[in-house]
Design a protein around this ligand. Structure first.
Ligand code: PSV
Ligand code: MN
Ligand code: MN
Length: 392
């Protein structure tokens, strides 16, 4: 039985898919070895939004922008409300608020897991401040990533550190409003090398389960050991109602933060297939990018990443579910694999071009951006761009 999805259904799903871009990807960022500053990068959160508006204008698929506090600090809660209005005036909304408890000297031995209660209190206050900011911006998601961990066996009590983490998370969870969520991100290693306090999806999941339904896991695609089957994790989290969203990026080695879909487009397809299969396009999962553009131009790199996520999604939507189910039920391994590979091998660029044209935008976002003159305009107008994010 062939049940290739109806093309209008596929188009409708592609039209509604929203990909959130990170404010920090617009600024100068790079590796710990060198940040190659680029002319014309934003100097303020508003200028980051100006660039994000270009990405949304050319793709039609990037309506929200994640903030990182204090990289996007506004001073007062009024400042955040004004920033939200500024975003709205440009057809955008402010997305996830990312906390930052990893860049102060005080956090040398950790933030909410630190053995010193005063440091823990400072970190907790920052997380609570992030919820205040969400109230001002109207953001739904608080994204928590902790660099906490230890470098040496015996350095600290790893079990007690879990207790400290649980306590902080519970306090922040209590502070969340009805429509707000807490997304807990995990990372295998770095900056700590012996233990991370949230090293994997299982640890994040265990805390989320204890906290309640507003707590969900976020999967950063660069945060696993090489060879990890990320799509399995995605499938499982969706099945348990605990997939909060993604930080998409590509990696060849570790947390490379390269453009999504650049290193392994097949992996991105496999992930998006599990998203489609598990109802993740409609579950409220956030499709965020978390990338650093060190040697490539930033705005077109973000446009390319959005397009790569869209292409993987389109291919996943084209999987012939009927034929796949039949092959699986018959135990026909090769036929089942062929169904998936057929979808992956489909050139979906014409389909996405059509979707864009029907939405009244240029079918080729990269070319449209190049022609727009924006790249030159920002070089001419912005002098002394700021460093944001990693390397800051
Ligand atoms: C940590 O490596 C991380 O993936 C977290 O999401 C941070 O908030 C983000 O990077 C900043 O780039
Ligand atoms: Mn991340
Ligand atoms: Mn990362």
């Amino acid at each position: 039985m062939t049940t290739r999805p109806d093309i209008s259904t596929v188009k409708a799903a592609l039209r509604t898919q929203a990909i959130e871009t990170p404010s920090w990807a617009y600024g100068n960022s790079g590796t710990r070895f060198k940040v190659f500053a680029q002319p014309g990068v934003p100097r303020t959160p508003r200028e980051k939004l100006d660039d994000a508006a270009r990405v949304h204008q050319h793709t039609g698929a990037a309506p929200t922008v994640a903030l990182h506090i204090p990289w996007d600090k506004c001073g007062s809660s009024g400042g955040y409300t004004e920033l939200a209005t500024y975003a709205e005036e440009r057809g955008l909304r402010l997305g996830a608020i990312n906390s930052n408890v990893f860049q102060d000297d005080d956090y040398k031995l950790g933030s909410v897991c630190n053995p010193d209660p005063a440091v823990r209190r400072k970190a907790l206050d920052h997380l609570l401040e992030c919820v205040d900011i969400m109230d001002a911006t109207g953001s739904r998601d608080l994204k928590l990533w902790f660099s906490d961990g230890t470098n040496y066996p015996g350095q600290d009590d790893i079990r007690a550190r879990q207790d400290r983490l649980g306590e902080a998370l519970a306090t922040v969870y209590e502070r969340l409003g009805d429509h707000q969520r807490m997304l807990i991100e995990y990372k295998l290693f770095e900056p700590a090398f012996y233990t991370m306090d949230v090293p994997d999806w299982g640890t994040a999941y265990a805390h989320c389960l204890k906290l309640g339904e507003k707590a969900q896991v976020v999967v950063d695609t660069g945060h696993h050991a090489p060879g990890t089957n990320i799509e399995f994790i995605v499938s499982l989290l969706l099945r348990e109602g605990k997939l909060g969203g993604f930080d998409f990026n590509s990696r060849f080695y570790a947390d490379d933060d390269l453009m999504a879909g650049a290193a392994d487009p097949f992996q991105l397809f496999r992930i998006m297939y599990e998203v489609v299969r598990g109802g993740g396009l409609d579950s409220g999962a956030a499709f965020m990018l978390d990338q650093c553009h060190n040697v490539e131009a930033k705005i077109p790199a973000i446009i390319r990443s959005v397009m790569n996520v869209q292409e993987a999604t389109a291919k996943a939507l084209l999987v012939d579910a009927g034929a796949l189910g039949e092959a699986q039920a018959a135990g026909d391994v090769l036929a089942a694999n062929a169904v998936l590979m057929d979808a992956y091998s489909t050139d979906v660029r014409p389909l996405l071009a059509e979707v864009r044209e029907e939405a009244g935008i240029d079918p080729d976002p990269m070319a449209a951006y190049r022609r727009s003159g924006w790249a030159q305009k920002i070089v001419d107008e912005r002098v002394g761009g700021t460093q944001s994010g990693w390397g800051a």
